[in-house]
Design a protein around this ligand. Structure first.
Ligand code: SF4
Length: 554
């Protein structure tokens, strides 16, 4: 027998007055009495062992093309500069050297790692920087061999020698490792011994080559210091020996590590998944801010779709990939796009709504985001940049063709964000660790869950939709041609979005109580598959399509 859908009383959210706070009752008031502090006290060991991840850690505004290879190194560089500034002051730094390891070295050029590091050193921020002219500013620094450190004092910087790609070396903790070294001006020294560079004796959970980079550089002395960071997927960064959640010590009313715990909370408190997630989000920020900031993120996604659907051209990098979203949009609108995002969106909503057209629109939305992503455009990690098109495409589908309101948009994002967190905690969202199943597979599962929520699915159906979507991405490898986030990445976002919509519809017609595979089981299977997968299929461009087709053939 089909499980009853979640009643509107639980699913619907209060009206959001964007720019003016929240109208109507608070979502928290609408929940049955929830003993937040009791829940926390009742699970002290669980709380202490569970990584706390906010929906805003999953959805982050940034710059393409890669969350792990662009966003992560960008943030790591900023963290290093802040640490150096606090310790000795950036004015005393004479030179910076950057060593990239493992996947960051192998696909770093195609994924814009060097661009991210250089612009971060020059003081640019991925959220606030002007994306127009980004590559011009990068190339100007390369040409002049000088940059303004943190946007301030000028230092020499020769990317040819100051950024080193260690193609045959990986650090023990994670394939995406980067070590920064700051050299001080003569006469200065650190007030404490320099941090040691990573060595082969560091804690290891991989069989990767772990050569010590000290071997080919001068001994570290009191006038230089190094720090190592890891870009662990989705723009998340951890410093060597730092616990993933070490800087995020919060007490959540509903600590969640497994989908089964999330479901139990929903059942116990007769709440929907977004209501439970919102309760946890309150550990970081006020409800009104959560709502406004989620809508702000949706607007970035929407703007990205619109830019992609109105921009023609060839993608950079040498593959000569022709952008297709704009021509698809024109064809379906039977002419040039109306000027402005609102007019274009209205035209999409008013266009033909048969199956074929809607399928093409979903495809165009996903193409649009990932074409923007490939051009170093502004995108939202969801949960990564390579997979940034799946969730916006499904959300745009729901807004254009399912009348998804702002309130339901918030519910979608809270739900899908939590599913992304479950995958990060139980498996990985890093293609360098798990292949493309960790990017497109996870984003498809997140989108399927979010859509099922707004279609009125029960918590069990929401989790079932996520399980179905991932089940049919298991084993998907990462093999980007030329190391660029273009082929097969861009079209994979279309497939991830379509699978998500299908998974949601199947879950809505199913009884989760009869499901043979749980979301927790599929997460565990994905992680085991990741561990079994050959390294050449983990964002190294050394296997699959990446070796079957070369840039020179394109
Ligand atoms: S193949 Fe998949 S995981 Fe690899 S870069 Fe492309 S989208 Fe990301």
């Amino acid at each position: 027998m089909q499980q009853a859908a979640q009643p509107d009383r639980v699913v619907s959210l209060p009206t959001l007055r964007v720019g003016g706070g929240v109208a109507g009752g608070s979502l928290i008031e609408m929940m049955p009495a929830t003993p937040a502090c009791v829940a926390s006290k009742a699970n002290p060991t669980q709380q202490s062992g569970v990584e706390a991840i906010s929906v805003f850690d999953i959805f982050k505004i940034g710059v393409g093309p890669s969350s792990s290879h662009t966003m992560g190194p960008w943030r790591a560089t900023q963290r290093f500069l802040r640490a150096i500034d606090e310790r000795v002051g950036l004015t005393n730094v004479q030179r910076i050297q950057v060593d990239l390891f493992g996947s960051l070295a192998k696909t770093g050029k195609g994924h814009g790692t060097d661009l991210a590091v250089v612009l971060a050193l020059a003081g640019e921020d991925p959220v606030t920087c002007k994306v127009e002219g980004l590559t011009d500013r990068f190339h100007a620094i390369l040409r002049n061999k000088r940059l303004r450190l943190a946007g301030d004092r000028e230092i020499g910087f020769d990317a040819g020698t100051d950024i080193r790609f260690h193609m045959d070396r990986a650090l023990p903790f994670h394939p995406n490792g980067v070590t920064f070294t700051a050299f001080l001006k003569p006469g200065n020294q650190w007030d404490r011994p320099p941090a040691s560079l990573p060595t082969s004796s560091s804690p290891s959970n991989t069989s990767s080559n772990t050569s010590n980079i000290k071997a080919d550089r001068p001994e570290a002395g009191p006038t230089e210091t190094s720090e190592t960071y890891y870009s662990v997927g989705g723009g998340f960064v951890v410093q060597e020996n730092e616990s993933p959640s070490g800087h995020r010590a919060v007490t959540l009313p509903f600590p969640i590590e497994h989908a089964s715990e999330l479901l139990a909370y929903c059942e116990k408190h007769r709440s929907s998944i977004p209501q439970i997630v919102l309760r946890n989000e309150l550990a970081w920020r006020a409800e009104s801010d959560i709502r406004l900031d989620l809508i702000k993120i949706w607007r970035e996604m929407h703007a990205c779709i619109w830019r992609g659907c109105t921009t023609d051209g060839i993608l950079p990098g040498g593959l000569n990939v022709v952008r297709r979203a704009a021509s698809m949009s024109r064809k379906m609108l039977e002419g040039d796009a109306p000027a402005g995002i609102d007019a274009w969106t209205s035209a999409v909503k008013a266009s033909v709504r048969d199956f074929e057209h809607i399928l093409k629109w979903v495809s165009a939305f996903a193409l649009a985001v990932n074409e923007e992503n490939a051009c170093f455009g502004r995108v939202v990690t969801a949960p990564t940049n390579g997979a940034a098109g799946v969730i916006p495409a499904v959300m745009m589908y729901a807004r254009c063709f399912k009348d998804m309101s702002d309130d339901k948009t918030i519910a979608f994002m809270l739900t899908s964000g939590e599913i992304g967190s479950l995958f990060k905690k139980g498996a990985t969202i890093s293609a360098a660790m798990g292949g493309c199943q960790a990017e497109i597979g996870v984003s498809s599962a997140m989108a399927a869950a979010g859509l099922t929520q707004v279609l009125g699915g029960s918590p069990g159906q929401v989790l079932m939709a996520a399980e179905i979507a991932m089940e049919h991405h298991l084993g998907m490898t990462c093999d980007p041609i030329g190391g660029l986030v273009q082929i097969p990445c861009i079209e994979r976002n279309i497939m991830g979005a379509i699978k998500a919509i299908t998974a949601a519809n199947v879950a809505m017609e199913s009884n989760p109580a009869t499901a043979k595979v749980s979301l927790d089981q599929v997460i565990a299977t994905m992680w085991q598959t990741a561990k079994d997968m050959s390294t050449k299929y983990k964002e190294t461009a050394e296997g699959g399509l990446a070796v079957a087709v070369t840039i020179s053939e394109c």
